[in-house]
Design a binder for this molecule. Structure first.
Ligand code: 13P
Ligand code: SF4
Length: 301
């Protein structure tokens, strides 16, 4: 296909690497050099030797790549690909919350803006939140956990820690309902139910396993089970099926589709490489402060 040939030619010419999140459309996943979760993508961005990173995901992810690799040119093929959850808390709101709890340490989900990351002590992803909470804080620490109330709740059940949590949520994961799981369990009684920790407690409490997207990919490969019901954004089914051709996957709900993750297309990836757009930039003082909390996050991989 000419489009793919042109992308590959420009990638070579510009010494670019294409990083794609597990929720990207199949064609974009298939041309990427690396497909993964937020944690894996951050690690790749921090260690790449490429000059240019084309980030196929949502804005906070591309911004994270820029902060971790400031000397690289980071491009996002569609600058409107935001994450509504990341926009549910502003730096001003976090500052206010910190003022109300002056002794609290601040843990931010990576799904936040760079300005919010600059206000926190450490970031986490859904892949390492449990470890960060257990290892980066003292037992007596008060912890603010923002912005995802459901991730905070789930990690609280795993670690026994209480959090001062913000009321943010992922509009895509809240579309997954308990009755969707019940219906799929009736249809596929032998299948294991894997869900993402951004799902509400009514979902995480009835699933067989609660895992980040990369956690799901690893779990499925190692599992003896043959059939799975997947409770997260539907884009991940492409990777699961590709890596496990002998296994069967069913989405819990087709409604769990993140419109922002679907904005990136092959045509936009090509445009991005041709025009070197849209370049992601972060003000230097924000960059410096946010890098500290992100660097601490990837120390807990
Ligand atoms: P992962 O870190 O599990 O890839 O999740 C990122 C995200 O945005 C989930 O909605
Ligand atoms: Fe944000 Fe949810 Fe989309 Fe992930 S799936 S990018 S948390 S809106």
């Amino acid at each position: 296909m000419e489009l793919i040939e042109n992308i590959n030619r420009l990638k070579k010419e510009k010494n670019a690497v294409i990083l794609a999140h597990n929720y990207q459309i199949p064609e974009v996943q298939d041309i990427a050099d690396y497909v993964g979760d937020s944690l894996g993508l951050s690690i790749q961005a921090s260690k790449t030797t490429a000059d240019v990173i084309v980030f196929c995901g949502v804005y906070f992810m591309a911004e994270t790549a820029k902060i971790l690799s400031p000397e690289k040119t980071v491009l996002i093929p569609d600058k409107n690909a935001g994450c509504p959850m990341a926009d549910m808390i502003t730096a001003d709101q976090l500052q206010k919350l910190k003022a109300e709890h002056p002794k609290a340490k601040v843990l931010c989900y990576v799904n936040t803006t760079a300005e919010v990351k600059a206000e926190c002590d450490i970031c986490c992803t859904s892949g390492n939140a449990d470890r960060v909470v257990r290892e980066a804080f003292r037992p007596e620490d008060e912890i603010i956990f923002a912005p995802d109330q459901y991730l905070a709740h789930y990690i609280s059940t795993q670690t026994g820690r209480d959090f001062i949590s913000w009321k943010g949520y992922c509009p895509t994961h809240v579309k997954i309902l308990p009755e969707d799981i019940a219906a799929k369990r009736t249809l596929y009684p032998g299948a294991e139910v894997l869900v993402h920790p951004e799902c509400p407690a009514s979902i995480t409490s009835i699933a067989d396993k609660v895992l980040s997207t990369e956690g799901m990919c690893r779990y499925v490969q190692a599992s003896q089970a043959n059939e799975f019901i997947i409770g997260t954004e539907i884009g991940i089914l492409h990777r699961l099926q590709k890596e496990n051709p002998g296994k069967i996957f069913h989405p819990v709900s087709e409604r769990a589709s993140c419109p922002n993750m679907k904005l990136t297309t092959l045509e936009k990836v090509l445009w991005s490489l041709e025009e070197m757009g849209f370049e992601v930039t972060v003000p230097p003082d924000i960059m410096r402060k946010a890098r500290k909390s992100l660097q601490r996050m990837i120390d807990y991989k």
